[in-house]
Ligand binder design. Structure first.
Ligand code: COS
Length: 387
């Protein structure tokens, strides 16, 4: 029996509990055996359409009149989807992250133009921040957007862009040069068929999902493609990541919960030395460690999400702690699950083998674990400097 006691924690409300039970049922009916796709692009497109049609994507972007995304809902949905299908979680998350700068910082027209379509699963979105020379060091990006008449012209390169190749719209961060470093960046909405935007390379990874390197060559966009004000791009990127990083923790938590469930099934069914594996104290020690790490991760995730939902202006440190701990802990939990499964744990297509591949990128994308440590330490050191 799956432990659902966390749903009663005070961070969550009745509406969250009802989303969790509704989505669980939806996932059981729609995602069974959903982890092996010969054509990942097609599978993603179908999942976006299905999640949109059935109303789940509405939680990725708030209504035009609301300025905030319910982070607890994001985390809970990612946790639930990730337990069933890494690709479904990916699709949901990227639809939110891609549209995030518009829903959090866009103007009324931009929201009205794009969000109904991303929420319906009719437009696929992508967040184009990283570059070959600046993944962790965002302020060092070189893609440029130069003012030209009544618009901007973008030149440069972006890489590791999730949904790259299947997205209809890209939110692209580029240097507009108001000031050096972080203060001279801006964010733009660029449609996939905009002349000058090209998919230069599709990138294959250990847990397949659409990923690409993009080039911008004399790529002209109109002035209304600018999100927020020019020079605000770094804060838009970081503000969006503050919301979505907690949900990466949610996905890791879903993977870890699935690994624990598979392990409990394994140790209660598998006989060793004349008794179920579960009777060995060494196995019980592993199960206890897994459960403890899962609850600790969940507490950090729902603490960060609740703090943001309660109106905190910045949750940079809380989100960094949630993402860092949940992804690292999930890696340990899944590794233990593989070990306890023995040979089956590394058999292609076994659920824990799939989880072992799925979890790895979460410790890297949306700010590697090492960057999260920098963020956490800086926030403490900045506080100490003022005393
Ligand atoms: N929200 C709002 N503003 C923020 C912010 C946040 N979360 N984080 C930083 N800022 C502001 C700072 O307050 C500072 O503002 P002022 O210039 O007004 O003082 C400005 O932005 C620059 O901040 P900072 O000096 O901390 O920037 P750094 O260049 O040192 O970068 C790190 C900080 C490394 C933390 C940042 O680049 C980062 O998060 N990198 C990882 C990026 C990432 O996730 N990449 C993956 C791509 S998405 S898959």
């Amino acid at each position: 029996m799956r432990d659902q006691s966390f749903l009663q924690w005070p961070f969550l409300e009745d509406r969250h509990r009802s989303i969790a039970s509704g989505l669980e049922l939806w996932a059981e009916n729609n995602l069974a055996g959903d982890n092996h796709h010969l054509d990942v692009d097609k599978a993603c497109r179908e999942l976006v359409a299905k999640l949109g049609e059935d109303g789940w994507l509405k939680y990725t972007a708030p209504g035009e009149d609301s300025g905030s995304i319910d982070v607890r809902t994001l985390a809970l949905i990612r946790e639930t989807l990730a337990r069933h299908s890494g690709l479904a979680d990916f699709v949901f998350a990227m639809q939110g992250l891609g549209a995030g700068p518009i829903s959090l910082f866009g103007d009324r027209e931009q929201k009205a133009r794009w969000l109904p379509r991303t929420r319906a699963g009719k437009t696929i979105s992508a967040f184009a921040l990283s570059e070959p020379g600046s993944g962790s060091d965002v302020a060092n990006m070189t893609t440029s957007a130069r003012r030209d008449g009544n618009g901007y012209v973008l030149d440069g390169e972006k890489t590791w862009i999730s949904n790259g190749g299947i997205a209809d719209l890209y939110v692209v961060f580029a240097r507009t040069g108001e000031a050096p470093g972080a203060r001279g960046l801006s964010a733009f909405v660029v449609e996939a068929d905009n002349p000058g935007l090209a998919i230069a390379e599709r990138i294959e990874v250990i847990a397949p999902h659409p990923l690409a390197r993009l080039t911008f060559s004399n790529c002209r966009v109109s002035a209304d493609a600018l999100i927020g004000t020019s020079g605000q791009g770094f804060k838009i990127a970081m503000g969006t990541l503050d919301v979505f990083r907690t949900s990466v923790g949610g996905a890791a938590l879903g993977f870890a919960r699935r690994a624990l469930a598979e392990t409990v099934r394994r140790v209660t069914h598998r006989q060793l030395f004349g008794a179920p594996l579960a009777e060995l104290q060494m196995i019980q020690g592993h199960i206890a460690d897994m459960a403890l790490e899962i609850d600790a991760a969940a507490l950090l995730i729902y603490r960060a999400a609740w703090t943001k939902d309660m109106g905190a202006p910045r949750v940079t440190r809380e989100a960094a702690m949630a993402k860092l701990y949940a992804t690292e802990a999930a890696q340990r939990v899944i590794d233990t699950a593989v070990q306890i499964h023995g040979g089956d744990g590394v058999r292609s297509g076994h659920p824990v083998e799939t989880l072992y591949r799925e979890i790895r990128a979460l410790r890297i994308y949306e700010g590697a674990s090492d960057v999260q440590k920098v963020v956490i330490a800086r926030s403490l050191l900045a506080g100490a400097a003022g005393r």
